[in-house]
Design a protein around this ligand. Structure first.
Ligand code: CMP
Length: 139
């Protein structure tokens, strides 16, 4: 079925002017950008978005990183979008990412790993609603 997922092009990528290159890899994987905006995350947004990781040792570093430069938040649509996106992103740790994936190509480290993608349809819905209103999504 055609479904939606949520993606973030992270600060390490926007800083290196890779917004287009990353988006092209998403599009080439069969995903369609149906909403997109470039924002600078506030502390409230970064902490709220990653609240599930609050107790992790890297939480502070993660929040600071996500605020350090602009990000591009996107809604992606396609056949089985969550899985399709996770496949093209590659493993969280770029050292473990498969050839041909975004993180293999561009990620710098497990923290500066170029993209975020929802890990389930349920979280996709929550994450989309965190950053977008329905009228901003144009299929
Ligand atoms: P993301 O998919 O955005 O979800 C949580 C993020 O935490 C993850 O990508 C990584 O960028 C980051 N992360 C996970 N593990 C570590 C780690 N050990 N050190 C720093 N950041 C991490």
């Amino acid at each position: 079925a055609v479904t939606r997922t949520f993606s973030i092009i992270k600060p390490d990528a926007t800083k290196r002017n890779l917004t287009g290159a990353v988006t092209k890899m998403l599009e080439d994987a069969g995903l369609r950008v149906v909403a997109s905006k470039r924002i600078r995350m506030s502390r409230e947004q970064a902490e709220g978005f990653y609240a599930v990781h609050k107790e992790r040792p890297f939480f502070g570093e993660l929040v600071e990183f996500m605020m350090s430069d602009p990000v591009v938040v996107q809604v992606l649509e396609g056949e089985d979008a969550v899985k399709r996106n996770r496949d093209v992103m590659g493993a969280t740790n770029p050292a473990e990412a498969a050839d041909g994936t975004i993180r293999k190509e561009y990620a710098l480290s497990i923290g500066e790993n170029t993209v975020h993608g929802s890990d389930s349809e349920e979280n996709a819905k929550i994450e989309i609603e965190f950053f977008f209103s329905e009228d901003e999504i144009v299929g």
